[in-house]
Design a protein around this ligand. Structure first.
Ligand code: ADP
Ligand code: MG
Length: 292
């Protein structure tokens, strides 16, 4: 089984009911009201310092140092195999599930070193949600997919679960398409719907950070557009980190873009600068399609 298939963040069951105050029609306006003030946006959500990673001795990340800003969308681009997914998995310790993986350097989230031995990894994975390339709904109903995390967190009230499910599905721009068939299997949905369902499942536990690893690579253009619109709506509430092989997508959805090559962070700057005036020749070659 690959790490990704193993990656369902098992949420702990002994947490008390979180502050779930979902509302029906007000969700979109909630999102708009949640725009962080300028000083919030300048805060660092994730910082990596000389982060290196090997798989069975083979290097995959080489001394990556960067700060990801709170409340913005940061895109990672670069040729296949350059370490984008590996880096994302360092941000919620999913690489811990791989015994062959060796890591050095530090990662802090909101200033906290997430690799300290006393860190609650289960809670970390709730705070730092992840969505993978291929939608991976559980073989359960649409409702139960979204209610899964809150249930594990100890939410028992059916009314609270219903509210959370509706709030999350609205947030993931899927509610209108599925509201009449919440008890149907999630596997009946199209892949574009499944990907939005998985995003709804991720936001149902109210994460602070969303990691999206090529979330549109298996989607058709219309579903891709929906997910991009969703990223745009969600960014007022969450720090979003997206890996994409689609440079137009990076240019459309992100505020900052990081270009990686062979495990190194080559260039990291505002998306405008990366796409219009990159400083590094490797970045320029990549974005103009000369390799990769
Ligand atoms: N679970 C793993 N075990 C061993 N090697 C891996 C594993 N995952 C990735 N790698 C290797 O690490 C390097 C970076 O891979 P990855 O992070 O998946 O890159 P990207 O997401 O940019 O395509 C590649 O050489 C890949 O073969
Ligand atoms: Mg990848």
């Amino acid at each position: 089984m690959s790490t990704e298939e193993n990656a369902r963040p098992d949420l702990q069951s002994d947490q008390t009911e979180p502050d779930q105050t979902p509302s029906d029609q007000t969700h979109q306006s909630d999102l708009l009201e949640a725009v962080p003030p300028a000083e919030e946006a300048a805060k660092v959500a994730i910082a990596a310092d000389r982060l290196s990673l090997n798989y069975a001795g083979r290097p995959a990340l080489d001394a990556v140092t960067l700060s990801i800003r709170h409340g913005l969308v940061t895109a990672f681009i670069g040729p296949s195999g350059c370490g984008k997914s590996s880096l994302l998995r360092c941000f919620n310790r999913l690489n811990d599930l791989n015994d062959e993986c060796e890591l050095s350097g530090t990662v802090t989230i909101n200033g906290e070193d997430i690799y300290r031995p006393d860190v609650d990894v289960i809670d970390l994975r709730r705070r730092v949600g992840m969505v993978f390339q291929r939608p991976n709904p559980f073989p359960k109903s649409i409702f139960e997919n979204v209610a899964f995390g809150p249930r594990l967190q100890g939410v028992k009230s059916m009314a609270a679960l219903e509210d959370t499910v509706e709030w999350s599905l609205r947030g993931a721009a899927l509610w209108d398409e599925v509201k009449g068939r919440l008890d149907r299997s999630a596997l009946e949905l199209s892949s574009g719907q499944q990907q939005r369902l998985v995003i709804a499942r991720a936001i149902a536990v109210k994460p602070e950070i969303l990691l999206l690893d090529e979330p549109c690579s298996s989607l058709d253009p219309i579903s891709t557009l929906k997910v991009e619109e969703l990223i745009h709506d969600l960014k007022s509430r969450y720090t979003i980190v997206i890996v994409t092989h689609n440079m137009q997508q990076a240019a459309r959805v992100s505020d900052y873009t990081a270009f990686m090559n062979q495990g190194r962070l080559v260039e990291y700057d505002s998306t405008d600068v990366i796409f219009t005036n990159p400083k590094d020749k490797q970045t320029e070659d990549y974005i103009t399609g000369r390799y990769g």
